[in-house]
Design a binder for this molecule. Structure first.
Ligand code: ZN
Length: 188
Protein backbone atom coordinates (compact mmCIF):
# COMPACT_ATOMS: atom_id res chain seq x y z
CA UNK A 1 0.00 0.00 0.00
CA UNK A 2 1.26 3.45 -0.88
CA UNK A 3 1.44 5.88 2.05
CA UNK A 4 1.15 9.67 1.97
CA UNK A 5 4.48 11.46 2.30
CA UNK A 6 4.18 14.56 4.50
CA UNK A 7 5.85 17.83 3.53
CA UNK A 8 8.07 20.27 5.44
CA UNK A 9 6.04 22.25 7.96
CA UNK A 10 4.36 19.09 9.28
CA UNK A 11 5.35 19.01 12.99
CA UNK A 12 6.22 15.27 13.00
CA UNK A 13 9.21 16.04 10.73
CA UNK A 14 10.66 18.24 13.49
CA UNK A 15 10.21 15.91 16.45
CA UNK A 16 12.79 13.34 17.59
CA UNK A 17 11.39 9.87 16.83
CA UNK A 18 11.14 7.24 19.57
CA UNK A 19 13.04 3.93 19.56
CA UNK A 20 11.18 0.69 18.88
CA UNK A 21 11.46 -2.39 21.10
CA UNK A 22 12.42 -5.73 19.46
CA UNK A 23 8.88 -6.94 20.18
CA UNK A 24 7.42 -3.94 18.36
CA UNK A 25 9.75 -4.46 15.37
CA UNK A 26 8.56 -8.07 15.01
CA UNK A 27 4.85 -7.14 15.37
CA UNK A 28 2.51 -7.55 12.42
CA UNK A 29 1.84 -3.78 12.41
CA UNK A 30 5.49 -2.79 12.01
CA UNK A 31 6.20 -5.57 9.50
CA UNK A 32 3.28 -4.31 7.38
CA UNK A 33 4.52 -0.73 7.81
CA UNK A 34 7.97 -1.75 6.52
CA UNK A 35 6.41 -3.32 3.41
CA UNK A 36 4.25 -0.23 2.84
CA UNK A 37 7.24 2.11 3.29
CA UNK A 38 9.22 0.01 0.79
CA UNK A 39 6.40 0.30 -1.76
CA UNK A 40 6.05 4.04 -1.09
CA UNK A 41 9.80 4.64 -1.50
CA UNK A 42 9.90 2.68 -4.77
CA UNK A 43 6.84 4.45 -6.08
CA UNK A 44 8.13 7.98 -5.25
CA UNK A 45 10.86 7.06 -6.40
CA UNK A 46 13.44 7.61 -3.68
CA UNK A 47 16.52 5.96 -2.19
CA UNK A 48 15.34 6.23 1.42
CA UNK A 49 12.23 6.91 3.48
CA UNK A 50 12.05 7.55 7.22
CA UNK A 51 8.95 6.87 9.35
CA UNK A 52 8.40 10.58 10.24
CA UNK A 53 7.97 11.23 6.49
CA UNK A 54 4.80 9.15 6.52
CA UNK A 55 3.67 10.79 9.76
CA UNK A 56 4.96 8.26 12.32
CA UNK A 57 7.44 9.13 15.07
CA UNK A 58 9.31 5.79 15.01
CA UNK A 59 13.09 5.42 14.71
CA UNK A 60 12.76 3.40 11.53
CA UNK A 61 13.83 4.00 7.94
CA UNK A 62 14.02 1.99 4.73
CA UNK A 63 16.88 2.36 2.23
CA UNK A 64 17.45 1.05 -1.30
CA UNK A 65 19.40 2.35 -4.30
CA UNK A 66 18.07 0.24 -7.16
CA UNK A 67 19.89 -0.57 -10.39
CA UNK A 68 17.09 0.93 -12.49
CA UNK A 69 17.54 4.28 -10.70
CA UNK A 70 21.29 4.14 -11.37
CA UNK A 71 20.62 3.55 -15.08
CA UNK A 72 19.17 7.07 -15.34
CA UNK A 73 22.47 8.59 -14.08
CA UNK A 74 25.59 9.06 -16.24
CA UNK A 75 28.67 6.94 -15.46
CA UNK A 76 30.63 10.14 -14.72
CA UNK A 77 28.07 11.29 -12.17
CA UNK A 78 27.93 7.83 -10.55
CA UNK A 79 31.73 7.82 -10.24
CA UNK A 80 31.86 11.42 -8.95
CA UNK A 81 29.27 10.69 -6.26
CA UNK A 82 30.66 7.21 -5.50
CA UNK A 83 27.12 5.96 -6.03
CA UNK A 84 26.57 2.21 -6.34
CA UNK A 85 23.58 -0.07 -5.85
CA UNK A 86 22.37 -0.66 -2.29
CA UNK A 87 20.07 -3.63 -1.59
CA UNK A 88 16.81 -2.96 0.24
CA UNK A 89 17.27 -2.88 4.00
CA UNK A 90 15.76 -1.44 7.16
CA UNK A 91 17.44 0.54 9.93
CA UNK A 92 15.85 0.78 13.38
CA UNK A 93 17.13 2.80 16.39
CA UNK A 94 20.34 3.78 14.55
CA UNK A 95 23.41 5.40 16.09
CA UNK A 96 25.70 7.03 13.55
CA UNK A 97 29.30 8.18 13.83
CA UNK A 98 31.49 9.74 11.16
CA UNK A 99 34.68 7.82 10.32
CA UNK A 100 37.53 10.27 9.70
CA UNK A 101 37.25 14.02 9.09
CA UNK A 102 36.63 14.08 5.35
CA UNK A 103 33.51 15.95 4.22
CA UNK A 104 32.14 16.08 0.71
CA UNK A 105 29.53 18.31 -0.81
CA UNK A 106 26.83 17.39 -3.31
CA UNK A 107 23.33 18.48 -4.18
CA UNK A 108 20.62 16.41 -2.53
CA UNK A 109 16.85 16.50 -2.26
CA UNK A 110 14.13 15.12 -0.01
CA UNK A 111 10.68 13.63 -0.68
CA UNK A 112 9.41 15.87 2.16
CA UNK A 113 10.79 19.05 0.53
CA UNK A 114 9.38 18.09 -2.84
CA UNK A 115 10.67 19.89 -5.93
CA UNK A 116 13.86 21.39 -4.48
CA UNK A 117 17.54 20.59 -4.00
CA UNK A 118 20.56 22.14 -2.33
CA UNK A 119 24.26 21.51 -1.76
CA UNK A 120 24.94 19.79 1.56
CA UNK A 121 28.36 18.94 3.04
CA UNK A 122 28.34 15.53 4.70
CA UNK A 123 30.83 13.02 6.09
CA UNK A 124 32.42 10.88 3.38
CA UNK A 125 32.40 7.77 5.57
CA UNK A 126 30.15 6.68 8.45
CA UNK A 127 29.54 3.78 10.78
CA UNK A 128 25.98 2.92 11.81
CA UNK A 129 24.88 0.59 14.57
CA UNK A 130 21.21 -0.35 14.39
CA UNK A 131 18.67 -3.15 14.43
CA UNK A 132 17.33 -4.67 11.22
CA UNK A 133 13.75 -5.73 10.35
CA UNK A 134 14.26 -8.95 12.35
CA UNK A 135 15.38 -6.92 15.42
CA UNK A 136 18.91 -8.27 14.93
CA UNK A 137 21.86 -5.94 15.67
CA UNK A 138 23.67 -4.78 12.57
CA UNK A 139 26.77 -2.66 11.91
CA UNK A 140 27.00 -0.80 8.59
CA UNK A 141 30.19 0.81 7.30
CA UNK A 142 29.47 3.05 4.34
CA UNK A 143 31.15 5.67 2.20
CA UNK A 144 30.20 7.88 -0.73
CA UNK A 145 26.54 8.23 -1.73
CA UNK A 146 25.37 5.40 0.56
CA UNK A 147 26.94 7.22 3.53
CA UNK A 148 25.01 10.35 2.45
CA UNK A 149 21.72 8.42 2.31
CA UNK A 150 22.30 7.06 5.82
CA UNK A 151 23.09 10.53 7.21
CA UNK A 152 20.01 12.03 5.51
CA UNK A 153 17.62 9.31 6.79
CA UNK A 154 19.03 9.29 10.33
CA UNK A 155 18.70 13.10 10.39
CA UNK A 156 14.95 12.55 9.80
CA UNK A 157 14.79 10.40 12.95
CA UNK A 158 16.23 13.33 14.91
CA UNK A 159 13.85 15.94 13.50
CA UNK A 160 16.46 17.38 11.14
CA UNK A 161 16.01 18.16 7.43
CA UNK A 162 18.73 18.80 4.86
CA UNK A 163 17.60 22.42 4.66
CA UNK A 164 19.09 22.84 8.18
CA UNK A 165 22.50 21.80 6.83
CA UNK A 166 22.45 23.20 3.28
CA UNK A 167 24.39 26.08 1.84
CA UNK A 168 21.39 28.45 1.69
CA UNK A 169 22.47 30.17 -1.53
CA UNK A 170 22.58 26.83 -3.37
CA UNK A 171 18.86 26.14 -2.74
CA UNK A 172 17.25 25.54 -6.13
CA UNK A 173 14.16 24.11 -7.76
CA UNK A 174 14.64 20.66 -9.25
CA UNK A 175 14.01 22.17 -12.65
CA UNK A 176 16.76 24.77 -12.27
CA UNK A 177 19.12 22.16 -10.82
CA UNK A 178 18.74 20.13 -14.03
CA UNK A 179 19.16 23.24 -16.21
CA UNK A 180 22.08 24.95 -14.47
CA UNK A 181 23.83 22.79 -11.90
CA UNK A 182 23.59 19.09 -12.66
CA UNK A 183 26.44 19.05 -15.18
CA UNK A 184 28.78 21.21 -13.05
CA UNK A 185 31.36 19.60 -10.81
CA UNK A 186 30.67 20.10 -7.13
CA UNK A 187 33.43 21.17 -4.78
CA UNK A 188 34.67 18.36 -2.61
ZN1 ZN B 1 14.41 13.24 3.29
Amino acid sequence: MRLKIVQTGEPVLREPARPLTPKEILSADIQRLIADMRDTMRDAPGVGLAAPQIGLGHQLAVIEDREDLLKAVSPDELADKERTGVAFHVIVNPRITPVGDEKIEFFEGCLSVAGFMAAVARAHRVRVECLDENAKPRVIEASGWYARILQHEIDHLNGTLYIDRMHPRSFTTLDNYSRHWRSKPTTK
